[in-house]
Design a protein around this ligand. Structure first.
Ligand code: ADP
Ligand code: NA
Length: 340
């Protein structure tokens, strides 16, 4: 049977938030039991938007510490930062020559992140999905656990893999590969909450790049901060419905019920069985208690790890060496196929 290999990553642009945790991390942790897992701190992706160097340096260690605090095991999983394995950028260049301009023009995340003045966006921001394809294909990864926002990028990665396999079919077959060189990576978008929304605006996703800190629950927030943010979270004046259908057209209520369900490991229907008919003034305190109970051990473990930067650097160095050991022979083969 082929190796089931997972690749995924998060950007060190800020501390991780509840959306990263429920949309991706919960699956990452589980997949350690069944797959060979490679988890990257994608610092090359981070600089597609301006990062102060001193903040970037800190955030790389911070995100690594959060990975560990959440339960990624550096013995079982490969944990490293992208800039330490040069093949990511090298393969991205080759894939830039495979991907088509028209494909990238359809990417909605670029349109959101570039804002109004698209001409002023970095070329890296535009090219982000090709680098992401390179990240995955460099390891010939088969499975990619991500949140819903990455679905379109994953489809693009599959298109790029497919086109490479077709364009170079002759060379690939001659090299002894029967089903193409790159496996088409399977998106795994089934976290407990694949799209956690902002607490200030239920129509925008919770994101590291949201300027309002009140909009997201950070994994490092203390109990008082978590409580304050949920108390301030936007809601509507109605009581919670007793059925899931009643959440339609109520994005803020839907989001808070979804967060509760995901943290409790329940379905939204179960949560509404318990809280249907309750006002937010009754539901929010229960949500706060649950969030604090689930997140405060992670924050405490992260604080402990922060005291030991040497350990964090060691995890990243070891992970980079192991990542390179997988990536090098694959990249060498890619170069031969291309004709270098
Ligand atoms: P951000 O969008 O906050 O900068 P990243 O781009 O680093 O986060 O994404 C890291 C992972 O977290 C990806 O798998 C992404 O799909 C997931 N993710 C990010 N935001 C959310 C969200 N609001 N809900 C669910 N998953 C999310
Ligand atoms: Na994202």
């Amino acid at each position: 049977a082929p190796t089931l290999r997972v690749f995924s990553g998060m950007q060190p642009t800020h501390n991780l938030h509840l959306g990263n945790y429920l949309g991706a991390m919960v699956n990452w942790i589980k997949m350690q039991d069944t797959h060979e897992c490679i988890y990257c701190v994608v610092d090359l992706h981070a600089i597609t938007l301006w990062q102060e160097p001193k903040d970037l340096r800190r955030h790389i260690r911070d995100v690594t510490a959060s990975y560990l605090a959440c339960g990624l095991d550096p013995k079982r999983s490969i944990i490293f930062n992208q800039s330490q394995v040069a093949h990511h950028a090298e393969l991205a260049w080759i894939l830039n020559c495979v991907a088509r301009l028209g494909w990238l023009n359809r990417m909605t995340q670029f349109k959101e992140k570039a804002g109004k003045d698209k001409e002023a966006a970095s070329i890296g921001l535009y090219d982000y999905p090709v680098l992401m394809a390179a990240d995955i294909l460099l390891y010939r990864a088969t499975h990619v656990p991500v949140g819903d926002d990455q679905k379109q990028h994953l489809e693009l990665a599959r298109d790029i893999a497919q086109k490479f396999n077709v364009d170079y079919a002759g060379e690939i077959e001659a090299a002894g590969y029967k089903d193409g060189f790159f496996p088409l990576p399977e998106p795994f978008i089934t976290g407990p909450a694949t799209r956690v929304m902002s607490l200030r605006d239920g129509t925008k996703k919770m994101s590291k790049s949201d300027p309002s800190d009140l909009a997201r629950i950070n994994l490092v927030d203390d109990a008082d901060t978590i409580a304050k943010k949920f108390r301030k979270a936007k809601t509507d004046p109605d009581a919670l419905p007793s059925e899931v259908e009643g959440l339609k057209g109520r994005p803020e209520a839907d989001n808070l019920v979804g967060i509760y369900a995901a943290l409790a490991g329940k379905t939204a229907a179960d949560v509404l069985k318990e809280f249907g008919g309750s006002q937010f003034s009754a539901f929010k305190p229960a949500l706060i208690d649950l969030a604090v109970a689930k997140l405060s051990p992670i924050a405490a473990e992260k604080r402990r790890l922060e005291e030991d930067p040497t350990y964090i650097d060691g995890v990243l160095a070891d992970g980079a060496a192991r990542a390179r050991a997988i990536a090098s022979p694959i990249f060498r083969q890619v170069k031969e196929i291309v004709g270098f």
